[in-house]
Design a protein around this ligand. Structure first.
Ligand SMILES: Nc1ncnc2c1ncn2[C@@H]1O[C@H](COP(=O)(O)OP(=O)(O)O)[C@@H](O)[C@H]1O
Ligand SMILES: O=P(O)(O)O[C@H]1O[C@H](CO)[C@@H](O[C@H]2O[C@H](CO)[C@@H](O)[C@H](O)[C@H]2O)[C@H](O)[C@H]1O
Length: 456
C-alpha cells in the first residue's frame, strides 16, 4: 500500500525488498531487532538525483512489517538510497546490495549518507529551501548556511544517523519516524526563541506531510567543534583520579538554565494527587514488568515500591508539584563540553521507545535531574574498584549548581527525587539486562541503595 509514490521511481521499493530484508535488521538504529522482517510497504519514494547518470539518490520512507503487529502499524523508517553502477572500495561499509530488477536493475545500492556527494545534496536542498515531491527542506532565514561544506558521516553508535558538514553543521537524520511534532526540533526551536545558549539552535530542518500528517525527518544544527561528551570526560577524569565537581556544578547550572527557559516559553501544569496518580501507577507497572524480566530485582521489589508509595502519600496529604517540558532522556552522554568549557545539551527526542504524545507531556523537572544523578553513579560504578565517594561529590555539586541558577535545590524534595531516581534505575536494569548484561551490576548497586527508605 503506497500512500504517496513519486511517479519517477515506480516500484523502487519492490525491487529493493530482498536486499533490505537482509540489510535493515543489521543497522544499529533499527529498533525492531526482536522480530523478523517479513515485508515492506512504501510510504513515500522521492527521487533526489536520477539514476540514469553516474550517481542516483532516492529518499524512501518505508513501513516495515514485523509479526505479530499488523502491517499497517509497522514502524516507518527513513532511508537514503544511493545507486551507482559500481561501488568504490571506500563505500564498501555502506553496501546494501546489487539490484537485479526494476528501475535500478544493474546498479549497486548503498546507504547514501556514507557518501559525501549525496549528503551534500541534502545540505544544498536545506540551504535553498527546496521542495521535492512531498519533502519540505526549510531553514531559519536569519541563520547563514555556507555552500560547499564537505560532508562526513559520524560513525558513533547512534539511534539515528548524523552527518557533519565542514565542522560547521551537524545534520541528524531521524531513522524511525513518527507523525506529529518532534521534540528534537520543537524544544531547541523554543529554546532558541528564548535566547537560551545551552542548546545549539536549529538552522534548518526537513519535514514531510504524509497522509495529512506532519513528520519531522531531519534537523541541522551548528556543530560544536572539538567537543567532548560528559560521559567520556567523566571517565577520563575518573581514570586520572581527578575531581569532577566543578564540571558537575556547571552541568547542574546548564540543566537549570534549560529548565528555566522551557518553563518560561512552553506550558506548565500543576500536579496534584489526581495528576500524580497516573505517574505513580506507571512507575509501579514498570517495576512489576522489570521484576518479571530481571529476577535479580525480586529481593528489592518491596523496597523499591516504597519509593513510589511514599510519593503517592505526599500527594495524598495535599502536596503539589509543577510539571513542565523537559529534556526527557538526560544523561552525561547528552552533554557536550566545548573547548571553551561551555556545556551544551543535545538530543531532545526523549526516550525513543515511548510514544510521542507521552514524550511531549509536561513532567517534573526532577526527572532530568534524576537521570543526571544516575549518570554520575554509573560512571563511578563502571570502573574497578568502584568509587562511590566520587559519585556522591559529583551528585552534590550538580544539585548545588542547579540550585544556584534555579533557586530550588532538588535535594530539598527527597521523596520526589528518590521516586524518579528509582524509576530510572529500574529502567536501566532492564536496559542493561537486554543490551549489555555485563553492565547489570551498575544499576543493581543503585537499586540496593534506593530500596532502603533513606538513601544518601
Ligand atoms: N551540535 C553538535 N555538535 C557536535 N557534536 C554533536 C552535536 N549534536 C550531536 N553531536 C554528536 O552526535 C552524537 C549523536 O547525536 P544525538 O543527537 O545524541 O543522536 P542520537 O539520537 O542518534 O543518539 C552525539 O553523541 C554527539 O557526539
Ligand atoms: O543514549 P540513548 O538514548 O540510546 O540511551 C540508552 O543507552 C544509554 C547507554 O548508551 C543508557 O544510559 C546508561 O548508560 C550510560 C553510560 O553508557 C549512563 O551515562 C546513563 O546514565 C545510563 O542510563 C540509557 O539508559 C539508554 O536509554
Amino acid at each position: 500500500m503506497a500512500e504517496t509514490v513519486s511517479p519517477s521511481t515506480p516500484a523502487l521499493l519492490a525491487s529493493l525488498d530482498p536486499l533490505l530484508r537482509e540489510w535493515l535488521p543489521r543497522q544499529r538504529w533499527f529498533a525492531g531487532k526482536g522480530a523478523p522482517v517479513i515485508g515492506f510497504s512504501a510510504v513515500a519514494e522521492t527521487e533526489l538525483l536520477p539514476s540514469d547518470g553516474r550517481l542516483g539518490l532516492h529518499h524512501l520512507l518505508v513501513r516495515v512489517h514485523q509479526p505479530p503487529a499488523p502491517a499497517e502499524v509497522g514502524d516507518c523508517y527513513q532511508l537514503l538510497i544511493g545507486a551507482r553502477e559500481a561501488l568504490p572500495p571506500r563505500l564498501a561499509p555502506a553496501l546494501i546490495g546489487h539490484v537485479t530488477r526494476g528501475p535500478l536493475a544493474g546498479h549497486t545500492v548503498y546507504d547514501a549518507l556514507y557518501d559525501p556527494r549525496p549528503a551534500e545534496v541534502l545540505l544544498e536542498a536545506l540551504r535553498t529551501g527546496a521542495r521535492i515531491g512531498g519533502l519540505r527542506f526549510e531553514r531559519d532565514p536569519g541563520r547563514e548556511i555556507r555552500d560547499g561544506l564537505v560532508a562526513r558521516l559520524l560513525t558513533a553508535e547512534q539511534s539515528n544517523s548524523s552527518v557533519v558538514y565542514g565542522d560547521a553543521f551537524i545534520l541528524k537524520l531521524l531513522r524511525r519516524v513518527v507523525p506529529g511534532v518532534n521534540p528534537d526540533l520543537e524544544i531547541p526551536l523554543a529554546l532558541a526563541r528564548e535566547g537560551c545558549a545551552r542548546v545549539p539552535a536549529p538552522t534548518a530542518w526537513l519535514r514531510a506531510e504524509l497522509g495529512g500528517e506532519p513528520y519531522v525527518l531531519a534537523v541541522l544544527q551548528p556543530f560544536v567543534r572539538g567537543a567532548t561528551d560528559g560521559w567520556e570526560l567523566a571517565l577520563r577524569e575518573l581514570a586520572k583520579g581527578e575531581d569532577f565537581t566543578a564540571e558537575a556544578r556547571a552541568l547542574g547550572r546548564a540543566t537549570a538554565e534549560v529548565h528555566t527557559a522551557l518553563a518560561r516559553t512552553l506550558p506548565t501544569v500543576t500536579l496534584g494527587q489526581s495528576q500524580l496518580e497516573p505517574q505513580v501507577a506507571g512507575m509501579t507497572a514498570r517495576l512489576a514488568a522489570a521484576v518479571q524480566a530481571v529476577p535479580a530485582l525480586r529481593p528489592y521489589e518491596d523496597g523499591l515500591r516504597s519509593a513510589y508509595t511514599a510519593l503517592a502519600d505526599l500527594a495524598g496529604e495535599g502536596r503539589t508539584w509543577t510539571a513542565q517540558r523537559i529534556h526527557g532522556d538526560l544523561h552525561l552522554g547528552q552533554c557536550l563540553r566545548a573547548p571553551s568549557g561551555q556545556w551544551s545539551l543535545i538530543d531532545f527526542e526523549g526516550e525513543p521507545a515511548r510514544p510521542l504524545a507521552e514524550r511531549r507531556m509536561p513532567q517534573p523537572p526532577v526527572r532530568d535531574i534524576a537521570g543526571m544523578l544516575r549518570s554520575f553513579d554509573y560512571a563511578a560504578h563502571s570502573v574497578t574498584p568502584a568509587v562511590p565517594g566520587w559519585a556522591r561529590l559529583c551528585r552534590a555539586a550538580y544539585c548545588s549548581g542547579y540550585a544556584e541558577f534555579a533557586g530550588v535545590d532538588p535535594r530539598t524534595d527527597p521523596v520526589l527525587l528518590r521516586a524518579y531516581e528509582t524509576d530510572k534505575a529500574v529502567y536501566e536494569v532492564v536496559y542493561e539486562a537486554r543490551h549489555r548484561p555485563d553492565w547489570l551490576p551498575v544499576p543493581l548497586s543503585a537499586v540496593h541503595r534506593l530500596a532502603t527508605p533513606d538513601p544518601t
